[in-house]
Write a protein that binds this ligand. Structure first.
Ligand SMILES: [Zn+2]
Length: 481
């Protein structure tokens, strides 16, 4: 088997990352972009928002086989394969009901390799090839023919000491990385990390959707659990708020500098305490209508902003995803299976109750994200371009891509400038893709800045400064890292 793989490897087409990738084709602009990139390419990675598993860093065990690392947990990968008729079962995606799915990682990998052409011109391919060539040193192009050779090479590399999670953290030159946890999470891995003598900085972020969203699975039980772990009486509105305060403080002790809110809309509300209390009674009793559930989420954004003013946690809103679009897939496989679809999102009216109350507070940082690109120039850049409490998060999810990042800069810069944005978030659970994602953002930003220099809207020394802000300093500052 090994011999056959080596034979095929010798004939396999090699994978090479072009040094000029993602730079403008025009020679003058390209040369400027290269000079800008030279200054930022080796800056440390600040990853203020993402979904890596703190267990990796706490336990530092080798990553498992190539399929379990690259395919099974990556909804960017399996949604594309699924769209061409490949059942999630065959890709090893675990079922919610425990029914059988493919468990042979090599078979899953071969299926991915046979369909690799589907990823042409997608960021998934770009991230994957960067991980393969740069992180793992496996410079072979993936195809049906090279599937086994690449699999064996990757599997072997994953067992080596320099591919363990902590070694990769160091090789990636990460300065700090944030994970995202529910208030119900005991944060045991974060606790272990803080007690260890490893110098890596892994912090948590407070993501209260399971206890804030009445339509979240198990909401009532989650709220009871929140009461149990905090010792607060979550049967009452005041007790529920006190439980959040206490939990936020515990998260802050575990390094958190931010909260994150994944609501369907960016709606906010400013109810009187009496109205809020009555609404809480309804949602907790499972009696709320869809409109009341939405109003409760809206009120909770304002409550979270109030708490942020007290405890200093930076607030993020990630709205506009209609989650679990396919009910059948949701029933069979659960959340986060690629069926989260963007919807139009209103910010101007939706945020007004919160902004009326706290928008002028420069001690509050509220970072807005969108899956509705039409909102960038019409709503988000004008809002962030005037309210001191607001900042714009980078291009997100479907738009965390070369084209998406370029459109973002083009749509927001003239109104919001660079300094109302917050650098880059990789927002990923795919640890090996982190360097590729940050490198993509740095290249795209340098390409954009180079164009501004070439048409004399910016001096090159200013562009150098901005490139450093976008790659590193703005994220540290906005997220208080
Ligand atoms: Zn996220």
């Amino acid at each position: 088997m090994a011999e056959r793989a080596a034979d095929r490897g010798a004939a396999a087409p090699s994978l090479r990352l072009a040094p000029d990738r993602l730079f403008p084709p025009d020679a003058t602009v390209r040369a400027i972009a290269q000079r800008l990139y030279e200054q930022v390419k080796d800056l440390p990675i600040v990853s203020p928002h993402g979904h890596t598993d703190p267990r990796w860093f706490a336990e530092n065990a080798p990553f498992p086989d190539p399929a379990t690392l690259f395919i099974v947990p990556d909804h960017y990968i399996f949604r594309m394969l699924h769209s061409q008729g490949i059942p999630l079962e065959r890709l090893g995606v675990p079922s919610a009901d425990g029914s059988a799915v493919e468990s042979d990682p090599r078979k899953i990998w071969r299926l991915f390799a046979e369909n690799y052409h589907l990823f042409r011109a997608t960021p998934s391919r770009y991230w994957f090839e960067h991980a393969l060539a740069e992180v793992l040193g496996v410079a072979i192009r993936l195809s049906a023919e090279t599937a086994d050779t690449v699999y064996d090479a990757v599997a072997a590399r994953l067992q080596s000491a320099d591919c363990r999670p902590r070694a990769l953290y160091e090789r990636f030159n990460i300065e700090v990385i944030a994970t995202t946890e529910s208030p119900l999470d005991p944060l045991e891995h974060h606790k272990a990390l803080r007690a260890s003598n490893w110098r890596g900085r892994v912090v948590t972020a407070y993501r209260p959707d399971p206890v804030v969203d009445p339509e979240f699975d198990g909401f009532a039980a989650n709220v009871s659990e929140l009461g149990r772990i905090t010792g607060c009486d979550t049967g009452s509105w005041q007790g529920y708020l006190a439980a959040h305060r206490q939990r936020r403080q515990y998260f802050a002790e575990m390094g958190a500098t931010s909260t994150d809110h994944g609501h369907p809309t960016s709606r906010t509300a400013d109810l009187s305490p009496r109205e809020a209390e009555a609404l809480y009674g309804k949602v907790r009793g499972g009696k709320a209508t869809a409109e009341e559930a939405e109003l409760f989420r809206a009120q909770m954004l304002t409550e979270m902003a109030r708490m942020s003013l007290e405890d200093g946690l930076v607030m993020q809103i990630h709205p506009g995803s209609l989650r679990n679009h396919s009910r059948a897939i949701y029933r069979r496989f659960g959340r986060d299976k690629g069926f989260d679809i963007p919807t139009p999102t209103d910010y101007v009216r939706a945020l007004r109750p919160l902004l009326d109350k706290f928008g002028e507070e420069s001690r509050l940082t509220l970072i807005l994200f969108t899956l509705d690109e039409t909102a960038y120039s019409r709503e988000l850049a004008p809002l962030a371009g005037v309210y001191p409490a607001l900042r714009l998060g980078p291009a997100w999810w479907f738009y965390d891509s070369p084209e998406g990042m370029r459109r973002y800069r083009e749509a927001v810069t003239e109104t919001a400038g660079f300094y109302n944005t917050v650098g880059f978030n990789d927002d990923t659970r795919a640890f090996l893709s982190i360097p590729a994602r940050h490198d993509t953002a740095r290249r795209v930003d340098c390409a954009y800045l180079a164009e501004l220099v070439a048409d004399h809207r910016l001096e090159e020394d200013e562009a150098h400064e901005v490139a450093g802000e976008l790659a590193y300093r703005l994220a540290k500052k906005a997220y208080k890292l």
